[in-house]
Design a protein around this ligand. Structure first.
Ligand SMILES: [Zn+2]
Length: 167
């Protein structure tokens, strides 16, 4: 059975493993192991077959696991295309309410220009948005709606005044 989360403890600290042995140990493709090496899993030297220390393998998998768990920091949204948390372009995000308690923070990835979404609890919006400038957008929320229509008499009078002043 393939495992999505290789157990670092399977690697014996004082053993060394070839790429094939690592692949067998975790029942993964050899290319996956080569990918790990490309991404920083240390090998003993450059000679073929490549050999890794069990200790290094375990440490690499622990680091990889914790990196995968890394969630967005305050002020960050997750970019699906980059597969990384990013601070949105311009330090700005829209907040679109989904319900009375939950909404989406929406920003633009500064790297790939994709829209990024982050579902947030309204109560945690302040903590989640960090130093972002958040603009509320339309949604089911009625907060701030005034029952009385605002009257701006100056504005309605303006065109008439203009007309009279024209020669
Ligand atoms: Zn991106």
């Amino acid at each position: 059975m393939k495992t999505r989360h290789p157990n670092p403890r399977l690697a014996k600290t004082y053993r060394t493993y070839t790429v094939v042995e690592v692949a067998e140990l975790y029942d993964i493709h050899r290319n996956t192991v080569r990918e790990w090496i490309k991404r920083g899993l240390p090998t003993i030297d450059d000679r073929r077959p490549l050999v890794v220390r069990g200790h290094d393998l375990a440490a690499f998998l622990v680091a990889r696991r914790s990196r995968k768990k890394r969630t967005c920091q305050p002020g960050e949204l997750y970019c699906v295309r980059c597969r990384a948390p990013r601070t949105p372009a311009g330090d700005m995000a829209d907040f679109e309410p989904v319900s009375a308690t939950v909404g989406n923070l929406i920003g633009i990835c500064p790297v790939c220009d994709c829209l990024m979404n982050r579902r947030v609890n309204v109560a945690k919006l302040g903590a989640v948005s960090g130093k972002l400038e958040v603009t509320p957008t339309q949604g089911p929320s009625r907060i701030g709606d005034s029952p009385e229509p605002s009257v701006n008499s100056d504005f309605t009078r303006e065109p008439e005044t203009y007309a009279k002043s024209q020669p």
